[in-house]
Structure formats: structure tokens, C-alpha cells
Design a protein around this ligand. Structure first.
Ligand SMILES: Nc1nc2c(ncn2[C@@H]2O[C@H](COP(=O)(O)OP(=O)(O)OP(=O)(O)O)[C@@H](O)[C@H]2O)c(=O)[nH]1
Ligand SMILES: [Mg+2]
Length: 529
């Protein structure tokens, strides 16, 4: 008997693959279509693998730029400016996903305002209302340790030390413990108005968790503290996918995926949940406006019992636009939107310089204290670092993960930035890396100084210097330069810029300068010149 060979007529595999003799014409064309589709997918995979191999080969000559700095310093906002400059279309494709973030920012701000008001029984109680603007500022001068500005080692000193805040939030626990009967009984008309607003806004506030889930794709770290929502690289596409369930998990380099995303975001099918939030926002616009301009809210903010983040104020100021039924985020809105980075997100751009196109890999890291360990693997082959330090943060405490992103009242943010900068300057792996410092959020610093905030109230070593913008920024700059000088074995240059990275025109000019200086260093180190 003949042994069946691979090529023989009675080969079992060939026989199994043969279409049945009863195949109809419709079945035949379905089969041919399926076979063609399988071939196309297989070729696509081959093509992806080839692209990936090419990419890895090219990578050797690529520029790797790390964006480092503490949480909320402006790294991702700076990354958006790079994106605007080098891949403007990609921001357009993401525009709709940013709507979810902005809605989340608004809803979360309202929730924060209402929760803070509740903890103070919705009123500015006269008895507890003895705090003055000056008192509010002196929540304790910061005596910074180590290389800190005050240069006074004093580990136990905190922002709160030595400060007396008259009055305290009426926590539920307290009122229960003391048997306070009037905890939820508004006494005056202001409190009654707020109680009504709270009731009317409750359906909107309730969407907070759903929006957080949508953004983080179910792996959210949200809850207490500042109610953080973390997103990993590629979240923009995921918010669309989560909503539509259309695209299966694929590698980001897949051309098919890119195409699918493009078509989805161009004629985006709205996410019903986000649409519902949009409808609620529209219905609540007047109420949000009333809450935001309510004297109690304004009073609490003036007394710094209620602290709103810059993005909260931005979107609440623009609420009539954001709550409009046909709202599409503007580029300025996207630059102000806030979402925390988790881990390290890589962004790739082709940068054209002197007729030569070089691929840049931008690594945007999560800056919270609990995230910093994830930076280290990227130090090995980095060419350049932009360290972003928010100089407006002189009156703010540091953010850390405990377990959620929240303020750690023991450390002033500028001190945290200086400590972090010391670690970066002194890190052996980074000793030859081109170093750029962005002293950021200068617009917010200016606004704080214009409002009368005194730097010396928070940073004792500032002493009797003039509280004007120029003196303050030069004072901060001097401290960063000092850190650099003390940790500069290789005598490398530190390039510093005063920035407000939400300002597109100014930032893009600075990015141009930075690109040229990084590129010069890159060419020298690659011995190409
Ligand atoms: N007004 C103003 N806002 C800024 C500036 N830079 C950043 N922001 C805002 O500050 C918020 C935080 O900025 P991000 O870029 O998300 O901060 P980050 O450094 O990426 O923070 P993590 O991802 O948590 O490490 C966003 O709402 C930005 O719009 C600035 O120069 N001026
Ligand atoms: Mg970020």
C-alpha cells in the first residue's frame, strides 16, 4: 500500500481542506472571501513585523528625550505642544476623547466644591470665620531641608507647623460624636441655596465614577484624596474603543488599526454615556454657574478653605461653552485638560532639521512620588532631559501616592522639585545627558503674586526681598542653578527657560530652541560632525 505523501491525492490534510462537493455558489464565494481575508491578515502581520524590525534598526540613531518632573508640573502639557508641532493631525483625531476628560474635570470639580462645602456645613459660619487672608497665607512657612531654598535642615517642619486655622470642617464623624443635631440643617438662605443646588446637581455629580472608569478602561485608581484618574499610554483610542467595542486589541504599530482609528474619530459615533453627561451638563449649566459664583464658594476660596486646581477654574470659567450641546474641545481646552500619567508614555515624532529627518522618542512620565521608580529603565540610553519645575507651586504641598494621589503636607512642592532635580543632576546614568530646565507655570505665578500672595510666608529664606515677579523667578532659578552647580562633575551646560506651556506660541518657539540645542549635542555625541 502506498504511504500518503503531502502531495498525494489522498493526503488527509488536503482531503480535509477540500471544499465539500455539495458547496453552493454562495458558500464558495464566502469561503473565497474568508481565505482572502486570512491571507490579507497574514500579510499584514508580516508587514508589521518587518516595520518593527526596521524601526528597531533605525532606533539606534534616534533621539530619546525624557520629560521629567513632579506631578502636575506640566510634562504631558508640554508633550501636547510637541504633538501640536510635529503631528498636528493626531491631536485632531483625539479631539473627541478629550471631551470625556474635560467633562470629568468639570464633574469632579463640582463634586469637590460640594464636598468641601458640606464639610463646612454649607456656610461661612461667623463663629469660625476668624481667618484672615494673611492668616490663610501663613499656613506655616516652609523651612526646606537639604538643598532646599531655606537651607535649614529641619525634617519635622511642615507647611502646617506653627499655623493656626480657626474653625475646622464639621466632619460627619465629629457631628455624630458630639451629637450635633444641626449638621445637615441649613440655617440661612445661602445654605438653603446650596442645599438646593446640591440636590439639582446630584445626577451630574453621580457620573464622576462612570467617567473615571471610561477613561481608565476599568483599571482606574480613583477614589479618595484628589480622586485621581490615571491613564496609560494610548488611552485616547481606548476611550473610543471602550465606547464602541469595535476594535479588538492590536499592536499600536498596525496600519489597519491606525486607519480604523482615523475613520472612527473622523465620523465619531458618540459614546452614549458621555452624551448623557453632555445632556446633564447642558441642563445644569445655570446651576453650575450659580454654584461657581455663589458668595459662599467665593468666600471659601478667598479664605483658602476651598482650593481649586487651575484646570477646575479654567473649565468652570468656560462652563457655558463646555456645556453647549455641540461642544467640541478647542486646542486650548485640550492643553488645560488634566489627566494623570501612569508609568511612562512614549510618543514618537519625526523631526526635520537642516533637511535631515530624525525620529524623536519623547518619554512622558508619571511624576507622582509613587511613580518615579518606573523612570529608571529609560535613563540608560537617554540623549536629553527636559526637567519641568512649576514655580507657581511655592504655596502648595507635595503630591504623593498614599495610596491615591494626595497632598503630603510635610513637603513644599518647590522643595520636592529641587530634591528631584538634585537626584537627576547627580545620577551617574544621566551624567552625559543634555539637560534643559523649564521653570514652568509662570503665568500662574504672576497671577498669585498679583493677588497678593507673599512668597516669604511659605519660604522663610526669601526674607525681605521684593515680592515682584522678576525677583521671585530669579530667586527660584538661582536655587536650581545652585543644585546643578553642586552636581556637575562633567561641567555640562544647563539650559533654562521660563515657560507657561499652555501658551502655544511661546512654547513652540522655546521647543524650537531646545530642539536645536539637543540636536547639536546629539550630533556631537554621535560623532557625526
Ligand atoms: N496655567 C497653566 N497651567 C498649566 C501649565 N502647565 C501645565 N498646566 C496645567 O497643569 C495641569 C497639570 O499638567 P500636566 O501636564 O497634566 O502635568 P504632568 O506633569 O503631566 O503630571 P503627571 O502626569 O501627574 O506627572 C494641567 O491641567 C495643565 O493644563 C502652565 O504653564 N500654565
Ligand atoms: Mg502627565
Amino acid at each position: 500500500m502506498r504511504t500518503p505523501s503531502l502531495y498525494s491525492q489522498d493526503d488527509p490534510i488536503t482531503a480535509a481542506m477540500k471544499p465539500p462537493s455539495t458547496e453552493t455558489e454562495a458558500e464558495r464565494s464566502a469561503r473565497l472571501y474568508a481565505e482572502a481575508e486570512a491571507k490579507r491578515v497574514s500579510e499584514q502581520i508580516d508587514e508589521d513585523l518587518r516595520e518593527e524590525r526596521e524601526r528597531l534598526k533605525r532606533r539606534k540613531g534616534d533621539v530619546k528625550l525624557l520629560l521629567l518632573g513632579q506631578a502636575e508640573s506640566g510634562k504631558s502639557t508640554l508633550q501636547k505642544q510637541f504633538q501640536l508641532m510635529y503631528r498636528p493631525n493626531s491631536l485632531d483625531q483625539e479631539r473627541h476623547s478629550w471631551k470625556t476628560v474635560i467633562y470629568f474635570n468639570v464633574v469632579h470639580s463640582i463634586r469637590h466644591i460640594l464636598a468641601t462645602l458640606e464639610s463646612w456645613d454649607d456656610v461661612l459660619d461667623d463663629e469660625t470665620d476668624t481667618i484672615t487672608m494673611d492668616d490663610a497665607q501663613s499656613l506655616g512657612p516652609t523651612k526646606l531641608k537639604g538643598n532646599g531654598i531655606a537651607d535649614q535642615p529641619s525634617p519635622s517642619t511642615s507647611l502646617m507647623d506653627g499655623s493656626v486655622i480657626h474653625g475646622s470642617p464639621h466632619s460627619v464623624a465629629n457631628s455624630e460624636a458630639t451629637g450635633s443635631a444641626n449638621h445637615s440643617t441649613p440655617k440661612d438662605s445661602g445654605a438653603l441655596q446650596i442645599a438646593n443646588l446640591r440636590r439639582r446637581l446630584s445626577p451630574l455629580v453621580a457620573t464622576d465614577t462612570q467617567l473615571a472608569d471610561r477613561l481608565s478602561g476599568g483599571i482606574t485608581v480613583s477614589g479618595s484624596g484628589k480622586g485621581a484618574v490615571y491613564v496609560r499610554s494610548g488611552w485616547q483610542a481606548r476611550t473610543i474603543e471602550n465606547a464602541l467595542g469595535k476594535i479588538k486589541q492590536k499592536r499600536p504599530s498596525s496600519a489597519a488599526e491606525k486607519k480604523a482609528r482615523e475613520s472612527i474619530s473622523q465620523e465619531v459615533t458618540p459614546d452614549p454615556m458621555v452624551q448623557e453627561v453632555g445632556r446633564l451638563l447642558e441642563a445644569c449649566e445655570e446651576d453650575i454657574h450659580e454654584l461657581w459664583s455663589h458668595p459662599t464658594v467665593k468666600g471659601m476660596m478667598a479664605k483658602r478653605r476651598l482650593k481649586l486646581d487651575e484646570w477646575s477654574e479654567f473649565f468652570l470659567r468656560h462652563i457655558s461653552r463646555v456645556a453647549a450641546p455641540d461642544y467640541v474641545p478647542t486646542t486650548d481646552d485640550i492643553l488645560h485638560a488634566r489627566i494623570q500619567t501612569m508609568g511612562v508614555a512614549e510618543h514618537v515624532f519625526d523631526v526635520n532639521i537642516h533637511g535631515k529627518s530624525v525620529t524623536w522618542h519623547l518619554y512622558d512620565v508619571g511624576g507622582a512620588r509613587g511613580q518615579r521608580h518606573s523612570w529608571v529603565p529609560y535613563f540608560d540610553d537617554a540623549n536629553a532631559i527636559i526637567f519641568v519645575a512649576p514655580v507657581s507651586a511655592f504655596d502648595q504641598a507635595c503630591l504623593s501616592l498614599r495610596p491615591y494621589l494626595e497632598e503630603d503636607p510635610r513637603t513644599n512642592r518647590i522643595d520636592d522639585s529641587l530634591q528631584l532635580f538634585t537626584q537627576i543632576c547627580s545620577n551617574a546614568l544621566l551624567k552625559s545627558v543634555h539637560l534643559v530646565l523649564f521653570l514652568n507655570k509662570t503665568d500662574l505665578l504672576r497671577a498669585k503674586l498679583d493677588r497678593g500672595l507673599k512668597v516669604r510666608k511659605y519660604i522663610t529664606s526669601f526674607g525681605d526681598r521684593s515680592n515682584d515677579y522678576e525677583t521671585v523667578v530669579q530667586y527660584f532659578r538661582a536655587h536650581f542653578l545652585q543644585v546643578h552647580r553642586r552636581n556637575n562633575e562633567n561641567r555640562r551646560v544647563l539650559y533654562t527657560h521660563f515657560t507657561s506651556v499652555v501658551d502655544t506660541k511661546a512654547t513652540q518657539r522655546i521647543i524650537g530652541n531646545v530642539r536645536d540645542s539637543i540636536f547639536r549635542g546629539y550630533l556631537q555625541s554621535a560623532a557625526l560632525v
